[in-house]
Write a protein that binds this ligand. Structure first.
Ligand code: HSE
Length: 405
């Protein structure tokens, strides 16, 4: 028997208990051990819920119990999660977590400590909810040099963009729906401002390149500036707007960014809608691979956490090697990254068009019948720096979205 303790009985924590209840028999067979929830740590009580018998309010009870072999940390946030996880590892317990803030900030250190203590620190659920992506990067794609990872990494924003585009729904009401369904972060700014996707692409990049990619270094834009008008233009182009997290290796440089992008049906992430996430990986020998599935929500995320518990139970006494050193990877300045840019200008007179032609050279004009008061166009490929220099000369740009076609 392997005793586990679940830290946090919120959306994911209660999902972990539910998955173990529903699929316990087959999970135990696959694991080769019976997995038993011994404690659940939460500040609250749950009178009437069978979990109440296992609720404890004091972490010391858990961490000092030698019968607990695996800790499931699903509280979220850096503290007290970091202190609890570190203490657990130092006491010889493996940890499985869904906490991307914790992994992005302290992943390298906690992996090193786990190796020293011959236990495991597993975090499949920290990126892409239920989608297997951490284990594939760490095990199945080790023959490759990773050249690119681009993903729709946040379910909440993908849900909002899909509903805005398909149903013309209003941003705030869709956000409330996403919160009610347990997709959004406690502070949904983390979703809509792109911070959540930023931590996830930092984790994937650190694993792919084997070095610490600091999320603070990643240029990040969310979806708060995307309007109904932008969506109308996207439709007119046969494109859709997706919040993409991307890191690319070009020669010795790695660029990483999170921003809304216009993509066309030929892009592998075009059909990734609603709360689904998709992660596209390009390796130098395998070529292109895609991972797709539920990127948020109680049971999909719990599925990934419980699979980590099974892996940890199967590897008691063995550390699963994960290459992610604490040596910092210096990202290239985003100013050098090159794209096309979709730009809307709040004027449609000949003088403005001439100025745009003078500054940007050849552009593809995008016309939408009921947007006669403005001029919209896509530039030829240019660096972020060149675009900024040109754009500064126009005081009436109402919107700019990067283009991936
Ligand atoms: N708020 C996150 C999302 C949850 O919407 O993707 C999963 O990490």
């Amino acid at each position: 028997m392997v005793n586990i303790a679940v830290l946090g009985y919120g959306t994911v924590g209660s999902g972990v208990v539910e998955v173990l209840n529903v699929n316990g028999d087959s999970i135990n067979k696959r694991c080769g051990h019976e997995i038993q929830v011994k404690y659940v740590l939460d500040l609250r009580d749950f009178p009437g819920d069978p979990i109440q018998d296992k609720i404890v309010h004091n972490y010391e009870t858990i961490v000092n119990d030698p019968e607990v072999g695996i800790i499931v940390e699903v509280m979220g946030g850096v503290e007290p999660a970091y202190t609890f996880v570190k203490e657990a590892i130092l006491k010889g317990k493996s940890v499985c977590t869904s906490n991307k803030e914790l992994v992005a900030k302290h992943g390298a250190e906690l992996l090193k400590l786990s190796k020293q203590m011959n236990v495991n620190f597993l975090f499949e659920a920290s990126v892409g909810g239920g989608i297997p992506i951490i284990r594939p990067l760490n095990q199945s794609l080790t023959a490759d040099e990773i050249e690119e990872i681009t993903g729709i990494l946040n379910g909440t924003t993908n849900y909002i963009l899909t509903k805005m585009s398909n149903e013309g729904s209003d941003f705030n009401s869709v956000l409330k729906e996403a919160q009610a369904m347990g997709y959004a972060e406690r502070n949904p700014q983390a979703d809509i401002e792109g911070y959540d996707a930023c931590r996830k692409i930092a984790i994937l990049s650190s694993l792919a390149f084997g070095m610490q990619v600091d999320f603070e270094d990643i240029y990040t834009e969310g979806i708060t500036k995307i309007t109904e008008a932008d969506i109308k233009y996207a439709k007119a182009m046969g494109a859709s707007i997706k919040l993409l997290g991307s890191s690319k290796k070009e020669q010795d440089h790695v660029y990483a960014m999170v921003a809304p992008m216009l993509i066309k049906p030929s892009h592998p992430l075009f059909s990734v809608n609603d709360v689904f996430n998709g992660i596209f990986v390009r390796g130098n020998v395998i070529g292109d691979v895609m991972f797709y599935g539920s990127g948020a929500g109680k049971l999909p995320t719990a599925s990934a956490v419980v699979a980590d518990v099974v892996d940890a139970a199967k590897h008691i006494g063995t550390n699963i090697m994960t290459l992610w050193s604490s040596k910092k990877l210096e990202l290239s300045d985003i100013k050098r990254a090159t794209h096309r840019f979709f730009v809307r200008v709040a004027a449609n007179d000949e003088k403005t068009k001439e100025q745009i032609a003078m500054e940007f050279g050849q552009v593809d004009v995008i016309a939408v019948p009921d947007m006669k008061e403005e001029y919209a166009f896509i530039t030829m490929p240019m660096s972020e720096e060149t675009y900024q220099q040109k754009a500064e000369k126009f005081k009436n740009i109402v919107s700019m979205i990067r283009v991936n076609f």
